[in-house]
Design a protein around this ligand. Structure first.
Ligand SMILES: N[C@@H](CCC(=O)N[C@@H](CS)C(=O)NCC(=O)O)C(=O)O
Length: 285
């Protein structure tokens, strides 16, 4: 596996640098971009903590970089922030670019088992395996101090990454996550396409199921959900199902906050970004 990365862009921001890098992913078999915020502390200090942030449907690495305002808090706490793209890129598989909720921009953080997706659509292994290795070999980070965060489809990705890899991520921060994908239209469409009709193979990628089975070190999860999020009312997110599952598991502490008046977008996310960085900093700084 090549660990080489190439700088695509670099802009000074809060004393550090917001960068975008690209690299050849051997798992996805394509060139992938990822955002990398290097806080001011990166020049002198070694062993900085890492936050991974996974984005939602239709996003590239740009949405979070441009819209969330996270850099201010990453600079304050001295955290390296890595945010990958949401699917493999550069292919033209049948139907890949036809809908916003499947294929490109919608990798759902699973390892596909179905044709024609199974060769490239392996975002679970990319995010939890290849990307951390690439990050560890290129930046002054301490992989033992990692947290994972995400929004919507990326909230689902963050939850399953944390729940399936006990101890790897010290805590998990999510905004409006797709919390029970086996039971919502977005998830059913994606899992049928990537994983096939057999629902038993879906459970490993469903936070509501994996939360019941988690028995690792105490996992703290901060979940913010806008009350006026249209996708909440459309039953795409189902955070109450995750909350029920977590309430029966003493190894998980879920802080589930409903936020009146907020919708699904980045204005909601930016409003609670400081809280999420304070929460993650407590676990990794
Ligand atoms: N109706 C939206 C659905 C997708 C959506 O809301 N995506 C969220 C994540 S699930 C997002 O972050 N969009 C990009 C943005 O707001 O910058 C669309 O077609 O773009």
């Amino acid at each position: 596996m090549s660990k080489a990365i190439k700088l695509v862009s670099q802009s000074k921001c809060y004393g550090g640098f917001q960068c975008v890098y690209e690299h050849e992913s051997s798992i996805l078999k394509c060139t992938m971009k990822f955002g990398c915020y290097l806080p001011p502390q990166h020049e002198k200090k070694k062993n900085l903590p890492i936050v991974y942030y996974l984005s939602g449907l239709t996003c590239t690495e740009q949405n979070y970089i441009m819209k969330s305002g996270f850099q201010r808090y990453a600079a304050k706490h001295g955290i390296v922030v890595i945010n990958p793209d949401t699917s493999p890129r550069g292919f033209d598989l049948p139907g890949e670019h036809e809908s916003y909720d499947f294929g490109s921009g919608a990798g759902f953080y699973v390892n596909a088992t179905e044709e024609p997706w199974k060769t490239n659509y392996r975002m679970y292994s990319y995010v939890t395996g290849e990307l951390p290795t690439v990050v560890a070999s290129n930046f002054n980070v301490n992989v033992g101090k990692s947290a994972i965060s995400g929004h919507s489809m990326g909230g689902h990705g963050a939850l399953i990454a944390a729940l399936r890899n006990p101890g790897k991520y010290k805590c998990c921060s999510v905004f409006a996550p797709i919390s029970n994908p086996s039971e919502c239209p977005w998830g059913v469409k994606a899992f049928t396409g990537y994983l096939g009709e057999n629902k038993s193979s879906w459970k490993q990628y469903d936070a509501t199921f994996t939360a019941k089975e988690y028995d690792g070190p105490k996992l703290e999860i901060l979940l913010d959900q806008g009350e006026d999020d249209p996708y909440l009312n459309d039953k795409q997110l189902l955070p109450e199902n995750l909350a029920n599952a977590c309430s029966t598991n003493k190894h998980i502490n879920l802080n589930f906050r409903m936020q009146p008046g907020y919708d699904h977008g980045y204005f909601f996310i930016m409003s609670f970004m400081e809280d999420h960085f304070n929460f993650m900093a407590k676990h990794i700084c």
